[in-house]
Design a protein around this ligand. Structure first.
Ligand SMILES: *Cc1c(COP(=O)(O)O)cnc(C)c1O
Length: 351
């Protein structure tokens, strides 16, 4: 750190992304990317746009928002585009949270929430998960704080029903409730239809998981117009051209090839069930997942040891050292072949 860094940034806890190793090629099951490449139209659209990169991108993301509006049954004014959903979350923290209005989230959830909270000096209330690792909606009523929930939650994969989220929205009409739906396409029910009814709801989605575009960086915010206007206020105060031309074209093409991604999600869900069954047969406890990953543990080997042993065999999974979940590993669901290799490797390690 230089001697010029502002003093309140000297002790920031930054977000630790999952490993993206370059030393050798791993079976990569650690950062919840899709094992499938983007659809053909995406590659074509991005290649075409590459010829116009001397020009700025459209700051209003008009074509992409109009295409999304059709697909989601919304108006374009209800849609915000972010450079990854992380940026949508960042802008939401900036727009809606300050010293007088802190934020609440589960103590086990997406690691970026406390990082943003810390960056903006917020009062963060971290609400413990229950013993079965579920989120209890009753814990989120009348908090007088903004709330952010990943649904399904990460890294547990566990899902709240829309009726449960509705109860949280009803009891927090004076606060923004952010529902982070990064994994909603793997079997969950989206809260997007609720935005008509709730002016305090912001739903966030990403192209990084179900739509095979983690490297393109694209996410959506869905809300009533007033909230979208607030996000734009922040965006136009920081980075108006936040989505580049290649990504705008790629995102629109992906929306136009939705059936390809739907089919991929069905494969991932089948492979999730197969992997869950196989690990349970090996004596693992696997939390019920509605995401493209599973969270599993066994009393035969500790989570970190299993992570290391798998890495030695060329398979990367994610381990979190936080005490309550340190005996688990999080495994991204890949192709059937990758999952077979994972289960074979775990069987060898346990023997
Ligand atoms: C992956 C993930 C994100 C971030 O996605 P990007 O769009 O790649 O920034 C946000 N929230 C959760 C819960 C995630 O798992």
């Amino acid at each position: 750190m230089s001697r010029f860094l502002r003093s309140d940034f000297c002790h920031l806890d930054v977000y630790t992304p999952g490993e993206q190793p370059r030393d050798k090629s791993y079976i990569k099951l650690n950062t919840n990317e899709s094992p499938f490449p983007p659809s053909p139209g995406v590659q074509k659209a991005a290649a075409e746009q590459a010829q116009s990169l001397q020009l700025y991108s459209d700051p209003e993301c008009t074509a992409l928002r109009q295409t999304a509006a059709k697909q989601y049954g919304l108006k374009a004014e209800n849609i915000f585009c972010g450079n990854g959903s992380d940026e949508v979350l960042n802008f939401a923290f900036m727009a809606f949270c300050d010293a007088s209005k802190g934020i609440a989230f589960p103590n086990i959830s997406y690691g970026f929430y406390p990082v943003f909270g810390n960056l903006y000096g917020l009062d963060c209330t971290q609400i413990p998960l229950h013993e079965d690792f579920s989120i209890a909606p009753e814990d989120y009523l009348n908090l007088n704080k903004n709330i952010v929930l990943a649904n399904p939650n990460a890294p547990t994969g566990m899902l709240l029903r829309v009726a449960q989220i509705r109860s949280i929205l009803d009891a927090n009409r004076g606060n923004v409730v952010i529902i982070d739906e990064a994994y909603i396409d793997f079997g969950g029910e989206s809260c997007v239809p609720l935005i008509e009814e709730y002016d305090n709801l912001l739903v966030v989605q990403t192209f990084s998981k179900s739509r095979s575009l983690a490297g393109a960086r694209l996410g959506f915010g869905f809300a009533q117009k007033a909230i979208i206007d607030d996000l734009n206020r922040v965006k136009y105060s920081t980075n108006p051209y936040n989505i580049n031309r290649l990504t705008l074209a790629a995102g629109e093409a992906a929306l136009n090839e939705q059936s390809y991604y739907d089919a991929n999600c069905r494969i991932i869900m089948e492979n999730r069930q197969w992997t869950t069954d196989a690990l349970q047969a090996l004596g693992f406890e696997v939390l019920p997942s509605a995401a493209n990953f599973i969270f599993a543990r066994t009393n035969q080997i500790d989570g970190e040891a299993l992570y290391r042993a798998l890495k030695e065999k060329g398979i990367l999974v994610r381990h979190f050292s936080k005490e309550q979940i340190s005996d688990f590993i999080r495994i991204t669901i890949g192709t059937a072949q990758q999952m077979q290799a994972l289960v074979d490797a775990i069987r060898e390690i346990l023997n």
